[in-house]
Structures are given as structure tokens and as C-alpha cells.
Design a protein around this ligand. Structure first.
Ligand code: PLP
Length: 230
């Protein structure tokens, strides 16, 4: 089975899982994380119907956006200040905002391009040292500050779960949903209305993430790898 078919199957499974959780299929976006493949792999996924991709390196998102500007490109990787100028023109959404300096620079670059950049704030729910993201306790203030920056629209939160344990993943996802509720309660319209996205869940743990309220799952290996098994 190739990428095209694996994408179609994953699309179907995500819709079925959403429905089983009492949610509409359209409530959960499938972001195909194409960081391990080149342009041909992206082309195959597009043939399978994929319209939203995720990339974690500036050079990759630039190259792939240039080749396929008709689909959406989400930046999900570590942000370096000096690469913000490269990322913003390509990115429909940036999932990994975790520094105020970056927020300000993204806003400035976006304004210069005449766009408003949608962003998610990355939260380190599990507290693992290896993970980036702001502390849950800082989320309300961080988001409020970002909301005052021109050129930026905060759409929600993102997290990565610890690997290897479904239960630990579930606790992490549940924790992110709780933090999002706390943040939303402190926002007023229009910011409160725009703050409606939870980016959580990868190849190993996406069904749990959907059960806990994910609106975007970021799936790489289960689509692009020939030998991914859970
Ligand atoms: C690589 C990556 C993914 C996809 O991971 P898979 O396990 O391949 O599904 C999701 N989110 C981020 C931030 C990533 O870097």
C-alpha cells in the first residue's frame, strides 16, 4: 500500500473515530506531516485528497510550499527567530509558538505581508524536560499578551504527549483541553471566539487525542512510512 491509499484510510479512520466520540467528522482536521518525504511523497498524498500538510523545518516548508502553493502548509517545528521571515509567508498556521519575542516578530513580519498569522501556543503539559512549550500555569498570561500583538491571531493550543504510554498521553491531552478552557474563560470576543483549536495527537496516540477533544491531529509515519505499526 502506498501513501495515497494510506492517506485515504487515515482520513476515513479519523472520521470514524470522531463519529464514535460523538463529534462531527469535519470537527477534526487531519494534518499530514510530510517531513520525512520529498515532493513526490507530497504529490502522492495530494492525489489521495490531502489538502493540509505539516512541516517542522523552514527549508522544507519553503520548498514544498513553493512546489504546492494550492494546499495548506502548517509549521509545527522549533521556531528560530532568524527563520521567522522564511516561515510566515508559507504558513497557514504556526503550531509551536512558545516565546513572546517570537510572537512579536511573527506579528511584525505578518503585518509587512498584509496577513494575519494564525498561531497556536505550545504548552508543555507533561512537564518533561525534553519537551518545549510554556508551562500550563503561564498559559493565560501568555495568550493574553499575544492577543495584544497586531498581525497575530491566537487560535488555540498545541502539545506533544510522552511516548509509549496511552494513559500518559490521555492525561496530557486532557490537561491541554483543561488549560484551553481556562484560557478561553479569560478572553473576550473576538479573541475568545477565535480560540477554538486543539492540536494534539500523532501516529501513535491520535485516537486518544480525538477522544479528549483534538481539533487537529498531526500524523506523519502512519501515512508516509511503509512500515509503521502501532
Ligand atoms: C513529526 C511530528 C509529528 C508526526 O509524528 P508521527 O509520529 O510521525 O505521526 C507531529 N507533530 C510534530 C510536532 C512532529 O514533529
Amino acid at each position: 500500500m502506498g501513501i495515497e491509499q494510506r492517506y485515504r484510510d487515515m482520513r476515513q479512520e479519523v472520521a470514524e473515530t470522531a463519529a464514535a466520540c460523538g463529534r462531527a467528522a469535519g470537527d477534526v482536521a487531519l494534518i499530514a506531516v510530510s517531513k520525512t518525504v520529498g515532493l513526490e511523497g507530497v504529490q502522492e498524498a495530494i492525489e489521495g485528497g490531502c489538502t493540509v500538510f505539516g512541516e517542522n523545518r523552514p527549508d522544507q516548508i519553503m520548498e514544498k510550499y513553493a512546489a504546492f502553493p494550492e494546499v495548506q502548509w502548517h509549521f509545527i517545528g522549533n521556531i528560530q527567530s532568524r527563520r521567522i521571515r522564511d516561515i510566515v509567508p508559507c504558513a497557514t498556521m504556526i503550531h509551536s509558538l512558545n516565546h513572546l519575542d517570537h510572537a512579536e516578530k511573527i506579528g511584525r513580519v505578518a503585518e509587512g505581508l498584509g496577513k494575519v498569522q494564525d498561531v497556536l501556543v505550545e504548552v508543555n503539559v507533561s512537564g518533561e524536560e525534553s519537551k518545549s512549550g510554556i508551562a500550563p500555569a503561564d498559559a493565560v498570561e501568555f495568550v493574553q499578551r499575544c492577543c495584544s500583538i497586531e498581525g497575530l491571531r491566537v487560535r488555540g493550543l498545541m502539545t506533544m504527549a510522552p511516548q509509549g504510554s496511552r494513559e500518559a498521553a490521555r492525561q496530557t491531552f486532557r490537561g491541554l483541553a483543561r488549560v484551553a478552557d481556562e484560557v478561553r474563560a479569560q478572553l473576550t470576543p473576538p479573541e475568545a471566539v477565535a480560540f477554538d483549536q486543539l492540536s494534539m495527537g500523532m501516529s501513535e496516540d491520535w485516537p486518544v487525542a480525538i477522544a479528549e477533544g483534538a481539533t487537529m491531529v498531526r500524523i506523519g509515519r502512519a501515512i508516509f512510512s511503509d512500515n509503521f505499526t502501532e
